[in-house]
Design a binder for this molecule. Structure first.
Ligand code: ADP
Ligand code: MG
Length: 219
């Protein structure tokens, strides 16, 4: 049987240690993981820490970014990979939304809706997080978030507080590490990879990966 290839969107965050290097290494590991292809990372952006109490300007700032990829792994196999990489980078699970060396979230898995004890997909808070939407737009200006609509409009609604980085060291999925100038106005398609189009986006309603439902997962 031929495994189905599913487009996915992953989100990365780190606010402890050498944040850019941690995210770059994690992205390199993912790009080299069997069952993951076409890995394409956004430039990184810096953001104020979001805690359960709201934004905390006194907490160490985050670097955030997203990546598009294709996978033949199941959603739970992919989550296992993400959590293994988080653990390898010293992630300790304590406080919810607490400081962390590395957080990797699965935002979209094709058009699949998942709600079980380990996984909620689409990620239930992606539509209200500028640190997910903004780097996603850097990668794909036509991005559409399943169940919520065009990412440009979502970001306009919530406002973009993220700051582009001049020298993020973002991994671009082609073996090169280059500074991610996160300025969307000047940004061109990431090097070494085909320009992302709507059809490369996991939210794009194309083919087998088309969203099957506009259900918003409860969480
Ligand atoms: P958060 O990312 O909200 O800060 P954590 O990274 O501490 O939270 O993850 C807590 C749990 O969230 C994980 O054990 C994982 O099983 C679960 N989880 C549910 N949905 C997702 C998702 N879409 N991506 C990543 N983890 C998820
Ligand atoms: Mg997480």
């Amino acid at each position: 049987m031929i495994a189905q290839v599913v487009p996915v969107l992953l989100a990365f965050g780190a606010n402890l240690g050498d944040r850019g290097e941690t995210i770059s290494h994690a992205q390199e590991e993912l790009a080299q993981t069997p069952g993951i292809t076409g890995f394409q990372a956004s430039p990184l952006r810096e953001t104020i820490a979001l805690t359960t109490e709201g934004p905390d300007p006194d907490a160490p700032r985050y670097l955030n970014g997203v990546a598009l990829a294709q996978t033949t792994l199941s959603p739970h196999e992919l989550l296992d990979v993400l959590q293994r990489i988080e653990r390898r980078h010293g992630r300790v699970r304590d406080t919810q939304w607490g400081d962390r060396t590395l957080d990797i979230d699965l935002i979209l898995y094709g058009g699949k809706v998942i709600a079980d004890e380990r996984l909620t997909v689409p990620h239930p808070r992606a539509h209200e997080r500028d640190f997910v939407l903004s780097p996603w737009l850097d990668l794909d200006p036509n991005a559409v978030l399943m169940g919520h609509g065009r990412v440009t409009e979502l970001l306009q609604r919530i406002g973009d507080t993220t700051l582009p980085l001049d020298d993020s060291g973002a991994y671009h999925g082609d073996g090169s590490f280059s500074g991610g100038e996160g300025n969307r106005d000047q940004a061109t398609a990431p090097t070494g990879a085909a320009a992302p189009t709507g059809s490369a986006s996991p939210a794009a309603p194309t083919g087998a990966a088309a969203p099957t439902a506009n259900v918003r997962a409860s969480q």
